[in-house]
Write a new protein. Structure first.
Lengths: 136, 218
């Protein structure tokens, strides 16, 4: 064995190692890129499944208001556990479900939560509370 | 003589280049900035596609981009119910309600009128694509002025021809990934159309609303 070939073998190892490093770097870079695209951006609100709940309300067959209320309350607990307020419309949607389940006191309570979190809704909430019998 | 010809053709190229740039004239936000609405009433979208699910598929996905852009978005389900209680059952009936009446009932600063022009999958021999396209108008309910209008499209086949490069490929991968999730593909694509149409900070898009930390910076 000539010393030359030994050095050659070593340098081959170095090249192999650096190739691995490049590969793992690329992998990490790719993951970072993907995670930044997939919603790593901080959001104003904690949404949970709010929009899924809305879609289920509109088209969902066989999911009664009680089940929908259960899911929304479950998500609400997660949001409140983080000390956050739910996105605009969340309490109002929950209130609508309560009114459809015949729970009028809960309907009113949820509407007042919406108004408290979002004063922009005041006129509409007041209209709804005044015309309570109209919303079923 | 040859030199002049060369200079002239250079000039021509530059002029063409510049007109190419000028085609993207920035949107005129004068009325928008005068109005600066804080709250947006999203009306159920009028559906011009054959798929009856389109209206509520898109309606249920508009709250996110608008609220994240800093607006108060009225609860879309309760608003829909309010219209029904008042005998307005179709989006086109609802779009016909006077601005004044909308302002009286909802107290909204602005209303968003959306029309869905494409929603669904076209099956071809070689490839099929799910496409959702929509356009929208934002109207100040007090001054009755048009504040903004725009349109957007999303397709399941985006980036497949690699023209979008790395970003295109990534978008395509994400689209494919979410497309295979719970609901049907059109609904997922509608979500992307909605993000493109109703997110602030995009070219010619809506401006940031008062609840966004970026309000007033655009």
């Amino acid at each position: 064995m000539v010393p030359g070939s030994l050095i050659h073998k070593d340098s081959l190892m170095v090249i192999k190692k650096s190739k691995q490093a490049v590969r793992s770097f690329l992998f990490i870079f790719g993951v970072l890129l993907l995670s930044s695209c997939a919603g790593g951006k901080p959001t104003l609100y904690q949404w949970e499944r709010y929009q899924t709940h809305l879609y289920e309300y509109f088209v969902g067959e066989g999911i009664g208001p009680e089940d929908q209320i259960h899911r929304l309350e479950e998500d609400l607990q997660k949001i409140e556990a983080h000390g956050k307020i739910p996105p605009p419309g969340y309490h109002a949607h929950l209130g609508l479900l309560y009114s459809q389940a015949g729970k009028n006191d809960q309907f009113v309570a949820q509407l007042l939560s919406e108004k408290k979190n979002y004063p922009e809704s005041s006129a509409y909430i007041d209209f709804l509370l005044k015309n309570r019998t109209n919303v079923k | 003589m040859r030199k002049i010809g060369l200079t002239a053709s250079f000039l021509l190229v530059i002029v063409i280049l510049f007109t190419g740039c000028a085609a993207h004239t920035p949107y005129d936000y004068f009325e928008y900035k005068q109005s600066r609405p804080a709250s947006i009433l999203v009306l159920p979208p009028v559906n011009e596609s054959p798929d009856v699910k389109a209206t509520y598929s898109l309606l249920s996905q508009i709250s996110y981009p608008l609220a994240e852009s800093g607006y108060y978005v009225f609860p879309v389900t309760l608003v829909d119910e309010t219209f029904r209680q008042n005998g307005l059952n179709t989006p086109s009936d609802i779009h016909g309600v006077s601005y004044q009446k909308l302002r009286e009932i909802f107290g909204a600063n602005a209303a968003l009128y959306v029309t869905i022009t494409k929603y669904g999958t076209k099956y071809n021999i070689l490839s099929s694509a799910t496409i959702v396209s929509a356009n929208a108008k934002l109207i100040d309910l007090k001054t009755e002025k048009l504040l903004w209008q725009g349109s957007a499209t999303a397709s399941s086949e985006e980036g497949n021809n690699q023209s979008g490069g790395l970003v295109g490929a990534l978008v395509s991968a994400i689209v494919k990934q979410i497309a295979s999730h719970v609901f049907d593909q059109s609904h997922q694509i509608a979500g992307i159309t909605s993000q493109r149409l109703f997110s602030a900070g995009l070219p010619n898009g809506i401006l940031y609303g008062q609840r966004s930390p970026r309000y007033g910076q655009d």
